[in-house]
Design a protein around this ligand. Structure first.
Ligand SMILES: *Cc1c(COP(=O)(O)O)cnc(C)c1O
Length: 493
C-alpha cells in the first residue's frame, strides 16, 4: 500500500504552489516561454491555431468573428474534438477489455458538461450517459439518451427522482446508502417492478483509495460521504438480494478526478476484486464499474497518461487480481467526464483593465482583469486549479510578463489564471483565451454578483452556433418574486 505524505490529503486551496528559486512570484512549473503567443499543443483543442494576422481560431472560426457575433465572455466548444475524444476513449476501453474476452460500457459523466447537443454528440459516438440529479436526467432525455443507456448516481436522490428513474426504465441506479436500498425497493415494488422486471442496481463502495493527479492515498477508513465502506458491503448486498424489486448487477467505485497514471486505479481494483470474489459466493456480480477521473492537461506542466495506456493498465490490473483469486473476469464499466469534454473547451474574455501591482520592492505582478471570472470558472477558487492563457486577438513580440488573469467579482480569490506569462503589452480590449475549460466550468457556473451566465457556442468546420444561449439581465430579474408582485395589477394583489 502506498501512503504518500499526509499533506497531500486534502491538498486543496493551494494557489501559488512552491515558487521557482530565482522568481519568487512564479510557480516552479511555469517556465518563461520563448514565445508568449505559442499555443501549447496538449492544452488547446487540436483545431486551434492562429491565422495569418495572428488571430486565434478554433475549428476554423476566428475569435474575432466569435466576439462580434456572440460577445464575451463566451464558452467555445469544439464539437469534433468532443466527438473524437468520445470515440477514442470508448475504443480504448473496448479494445482493452476485448483483449481479455470481456466487454466495456463507457458512460459519459454528464456533470462535466451537459446540454442536449452534447448528449447527442456523445450518444451518437456510442457512449451511455451518467446523471446525478433529476435536472441532469431531464437534459439527458431531452438530448435523446435512451433510458436503458442512462445510469443514475447521487448520494441523496429524492423519492421523486428515484420514481422518475424507475418509471423511465433507466439502465441502472447506483445505490449509495442503506436508506436508499429500502426507499428504492419500495418505489420499484409499488411500480410493479418485481422478479424479471426488477430494477437493476449497483452499490457504490468506497475502496479507501483517493487519487488526485500524481499521488494517491490509500486508507482503511475514508472520511467522506460517498458509498459504503468495503467491510459493510456484504451486508448491504445480502439485503438487496432479499428484495424482489431490486436486481444487483454490480459494484461501483470512483476514486477521484484529474488522475494521472494507473497506480491509484490498480490499488482500488485490487480491493474491489477482493470484494467481488467474496460477493460472488452469494450470487452473480455481472459488472464492476470503475468510475472516471482520467486527467487532462491544463498547463504545460501537465503530462496526462494517454487514455489507451490508462485503459490497458486498469483492465490488466483487474484481470491480474481476478486471476490471482481464481475468479472469472466480470464486464467492466467506466465513467469519463473531463477526459471527453475538457480539452474541447476554450473560454474567451475581453480585457478590461491591466494593473501592475508591486508585490515587493522589485517584484511586480500584472493583474489582467477580464469580463468574467469565478462565475464562469469556479475551479481556481474552489480548489486552486491552475490554467493557462493567451492573448487571442493578436500576436505580440513584447517581452513576456508574469500575469494573473482575474475576474470581475467581489472576491480577491476571483482568479481565472493564477500565473501565466503573457506579452507585456497586454491591454484593454485584447481578447484573452483560456484553454481546457470544457469540463466543470459551464456546469459549475453561478450568477454571483448577478452576472449573467455566458452562452455556449459550438464550433465545427468553420461554422459557429449557439448550443446554450447566454443569460440576460431579464433572466436574472425573472425569478425575483418581489419584482413580479409589484409589477402585478393592484386588484390581483
Ligand atoms: C465526477 C464523476 C465522474 C467523472 O469524473 P471525471 O473526472 O470528469 O472523469 C465519474 N463517476 C462519478 C461517480 C463521478 O462522481
Amino acid at each position: 500500500m502506498i501512503i504518500p505524505p499526509a499533506s497531500r490529503f486534502p491538498p486543496r486551496l493551494v494557489l501559488s504552489v512552491s515558487a521557482a528559486p530565482d522568481r519568487p512570484l512564479v510557480p516552479e512549473w511555469l517556465g518563461v516561454p520563448s514565445d508568449a503567443n505559442d499555443l501549447v499543443a496538449a492544452v488547446w483543442p487540436p483545431s486551434a491555431g492562429r491565422d495569418d494576422a495572428g488571430v486565434l481560431q478554433v475549428a476554423g472560426v476566428s475569435v474575432a468573428e466569435l466576439r462580434e457575433r456572440f460577445g464575451t465572455p463566451l464558452y467555445v466548444l469544439d464539437e469534433d474534438e468532443v466527438r473524437a475524444r468520445a470515440r477514442r476513449v470508448r475504443a480504448a476501453f473496448e479494445d482493452a477489455t476485448a483483449r481479455h474476452g470481456i466487454q466495456a460500457r463507457v458512460y459519459y459523466a454528464g456533470k462535466a458538461f451537459l446540454s442536449t447537443e452534447v448528449v447527442r454528440w456523445v450518444t451518437e459516438e456510442g457512449l451511455a450517459v451518467d446523471v446525478a440529479t433529476g435536472g441532469e436526467l431531464a437534459v439527458a432525455l431531452a438530448g435523446g439518451a435512451e433510458p436503458p443507456r442512462i445510469g443514475v448516481h447521487g448520494n441523496n436522490k429524492s423519492v421523486a427522482e428515484l420514481e422518475r428513474a424507475v418509471q423511465l426504465g433507466v439502465g441502472s441506479i447506483v445505490i449509495d446508502s442503506l436508506t436508499e436500498v429500502e426507499r428504492l425497493a419500495a418505489i420499484a415494488e409499488r411500480l410493479g417492478r418485481t422478479g424479471e422486471t426488477a430494477q437493476n442496481v449497483l452499490i457504490r463502495v468506497n475502496t479507501g483509495v483517493h487519487a488526485e493527479t500524481h499521488d494517491f492515498l490509500a486508507t482503511a477508513h475514508e472520511d467522506q460521504k460517498f458509498g459504503f465502506a468495503l467491510a459493510d458491503a456484504p451486508a448491504v448486498v445480502a439485503r438487496i438480494r432479499e428484495l424482489p424489486s431490486l436486481h444487483l448487477v454490480g459494484v461501483h467505485c470512483h476514486i477521484g478526478s484529474q488522475i494521472f497514471g494507473t497506480a491509484g486505479f490498480a490499488e482500488s481494483a485490487a480491493r474491489l476484486v477482493d470484494l467481488y470474489a467474496d460477493l460472488r459466493q452469494g450470487g452473480e456480480i455481472a459488472v464492476l464499474n470503475l468510475g472516471g477521473g482520467f486527467g487532462i492537461a491544463y498547463t504545460s506542466a501537465d503530462t496526462p497518461t494517454p487514455i489507451e495506456e490508462l485503459a490497458d493498465g486498469i483492465v490488466d490490473a483487474v484481470a491480474r487480481e481476478c486471476e490471482a483469486r481464481g475468479v472469472p473476469l466480470p464486464n467492466l464499466a467506466f465513467e469519463p467526464g473531463r477526459s471527453i469534454v475538457g480539452r474541447a473547451g476554450v473560454t474567451l474574455y475581453e480585457v478590461g483593465t491591466v494593473k501592475p501591482v508591486r508585490v515587493a520592492d522589485d517584484l511586480t505582478r500584472l493583474y489582467v482583469s477580464v469580463d468574467g471570472g469565478m462565475s464562469d470558472n469556479a475551479r481556481p477558487a474552489l480548489y486552486g486549479a491552475q490554467y493557462s492563457a493567451r492573448i487571442a486577438s493578436r500576436v505580440s513580440d513584447a517581452e513576456p510578463a508574469l500575469a494573473r488573469v482575474v475576474g470581475r467579482h467581489c472576491e480577491s480569490g476571483d482568479i481565472v489564471v493564477d500565473a501565466e506569462y503573457l506579452p507585456g503589452d497586454v491591454t484593454e480590449g485584447d481578447l484573452v483565451a483560456v484553454p481546457a475549460t470544457g469540463a466543470y466550468c459551464f456546469s459549475l457556473a453561478s450568477n454571483y454578483n448577478y452576472v449573467p451566465r455566458p452562452p455556449v457556442v459550438a464550433v465545427s468546420s468553420g461554422a459557429a452556433r449557439v448550443i446554450v444561449r447566454g443569460e440576460t439581465i431579464d433572466d436574472l430579474l425573472a425569478r425575483d418574486a418581489g419584482i413580479a408582485a409589484s409589477a402585478r395589477p393592484q386588484e390581483e394583489m
